[in-house]
Design a protein around this ligand. Structure first.
Ligand code: FES
Ligand SMILES: [Fe+2]
Length: 392
C-alpha cells in the first residue's frame, strides 16, 4: 500500500484506482484540484524538483536586462549577463533579505537592492556596499564579500523558453527537452520569431488547464470552429505521444490550426516527410506546440489551487513576425487563439466549480479520448511518490 503525504491527502485507494488500466481507472479526486495542502505538496515534490518554465528569453533580450519571476512560489530573478547568457538567482538580498527586483529593468550594469543599496554584478557577485561602515566605499576586508553573492539557481533556455531547476539535481536540460527537440527537428524552428504574446489567468487549478489542452473529447462541444478529430468511420485522426517528460498528441497532414502566416519551412533533409502538428507538454508546466505555420509555447504557472497564470508566445516565420505586410495575418491569428482560449476558459472554470460539490468524485476517463489524461495524472502521482521515496 502507498504511504506518505500524497497518500494521506488523496487516500491510498484513490491512488490505486488512478493506477488501474485506463478503462477501469478513476481520475484524480476533487481534493487534488482544491486542497491547499495538496497544492503545497505539488510545489514541493514536483515544481521544485523538475525543470519548470518561468519566462521567455526574449523578455530579457540584451545584457543587463533582468526581471523578477515567481518559480514554484519562490521569488527569483532572471538576468542576462555581459556575455549574453541568462542566469537565475534567488531574488533576495544577502544583507537583510529584501527582494532585489520588483519589475523588469533593462541595460543595468548591476542589480541594486532598493533598501540599503547593495549592488550585485550580473554574475551575482556582490560588488558594492555603499555606506556600510559610514564610508562611501567599503574598504576590502571589512565584509566577507565573496560569501555574499546572490544565490544562483540552475537555469537554461530552449526554444526561447527559460527553464529553472530549483533542486539543482534534475537531469540535464538537453535530456529533458530531447523528445520535443526530436519531433521538431525536421522544421526550421530556429528561423522563427515572436509574432504575438498573450497573457491571462484562469480561475482553475493548473492541471485543469493542461488537461483542457490534452483531450480532444470536448472539442465537438466547446470549439465549433475546430475540425473533427474522428473520421467517417469513427476512428481517431490523432495519435497520443509520450516519451520521457513529454506527453501530448500529434496529427499528420495539413494543419487545421494553420494561421494565415507562411508555413514553417521543413529542412531539405526532411525529404517528402508528411507535415505533422504536435501538441506536447514537458512535465510539469510547459506546453510546446507546432502547428503548420505557428509554434505556440505556453508557460502554465500555478498561483493558488484555483488560480493559474498562463503566458502564450506565438512564433511565426521571421518575415511575418513584424511589420505591416503581415499585420492583419497576425491580428487574425491572435483573434483566433483568443477565441479558443476563451472557450476553454469557460469550460475549465466550470470544472473547477464542479469540484467544490460534495457529489464530485469517482470520475471516469473515456478510453477512446482520454488516454493522455490518464497518462498525465499518473505521471504527476508517480513523480510525487518518487520524490517522497527519495526523501525517505
Ligand atoms: S536588504 Fe538589501 S541592502 Fe539591505
Ligand atoms: Fe479546448
Amino acid at each position: 500500500m502507498t504511504t506518505g503525504r500524497t497518500a494521506e491527502l488523496l487516500g491510498a485507494a484513490t491512488i490505486a484506482a488512478l493506477q488501474r488500466p485506463l478503462a477501469e481507472a478513476r481520475a484524480l479526486p476533487p481534493a487534488a484540484y482544491t486542497d491547499e495542502a495538496f497544492f503545497a505538496l505539488e510545489r514541493e515534490l514536483v515544481f521544485r524538483r523538475h525543470w519548470i518554465s518561468v519566462a521567455f528569453a526574449h523578455e530579457i533580450a540584451a545584457p543587463g536586462d533582468a526581471m523578477p519571476v515567481e518559480a514554484a512560489g519562490l521569488p527569483i530573478l532572471l538576468c542576462r549577463d555581459r556575455a549574453g547568457e541568462i542566469r537565475a538567482f534567488h531574488n533576495v538580498c544577502r544583507h537583510r533579505g529584501a527582494a532585489i527586483l520588483a519589475t523588469r529593468v533593462t541595460g543595468q550594469p548591476t542589480l541594486r537592492c532598493p533598501y540599503h543599496g547593495w549592488a550585485y554584478g550580473l554574475d551575482g557577485r556582490l560588488r558594492a556596499t555603499p555606506l556600510w561602515d559610514g564610508r562611501r566605499v567599503t574598504p576590502p576586508g571589512v565584509l566577507d564579500r565573496d560569501q555574499l553573492g546572490l544565490v544562483p539557481i540552475r537555469c537554461g533556455v530552449w526554444a526561447d523558453v527559460v527553464f529553472v531547476d530549483l533542486s539543482g539535481r534534475a537531469p540535464p536540460l538537453a535530456e529533458f527537452v530531447r523528445p520535443v527537440a526530436a519531433l521538431w527537428a525536421p522544421y526550421e524552428t530556429e528561423n522563427l520569431a515572436l509574432g504575438h504574446l498573450a497573457e491571462g489567468e484562469i480561475a482553475a487549478n493548473w492541471k485543469l488547464g493542461i488537461e483542457g489542452a490534452l483531450e480532444n473529447y470536448h472539442e465537438d462541444f466547446v470549439h465549433p470552429s475546430l475540425p473533427a478529430r474522428i473520421d467517417a468511420e469513427g476512428r481517431k485522426t490523432f495519435t497520443d505521444i509520450a516519451e520521457g517528460a513529454m506527453f501530448g498528441f500529434c496529427w499528420s497532414g495539413e494543419s487545421a490550426l494553420r494561421s494565415p502566416t507562411p508555413l514553417i519551412p521543413m529542412r531539405p533533409e526532411a525529404g517528402d516527410a508528411r507535415r505533422t502538428d504536435y501538441l506536447s507538454f514537458l512535465f510539469p508546466n510547459t506546453q510546446l506546440n507546432l502547428y503548420g505555420s505557428v509554434s505556440v509555447r505556453v508557460i502554465w504557472t500555478p498561483v493558488a489551487p484555483d488560480r493559474t497564470r498562463l503566458r502564450s508566445a506565438f512564433y511565426v516565420v521571421k518575415e511575418a513576425a513584424a511589420g505591416d505586410a503581415f499585420a492583419e495575418a497576425r491580428a487574425a491569428m491572435a483573434a483566433y487563439w483568443d477565441n479558443l482560449r476563451e472557450e476553454d476558459r469557460r469550460a475549465i472554470e466550470a470544472m473547477q466549480r464542479g469540484r467544490r460539490s460534495p457529489a464530485a468524485g469517482d470520475f471516469r476517463f473515456s478510453p477512446f479520448w482520454e488516454e493522455s489524461l490518464h497518462h498525465f495524472q499518473n505521471k504527476l502521482i508517480a513523480a510525487m511518490l518518487a520524490a517522497e521515496a527519495a526523501a525517505d
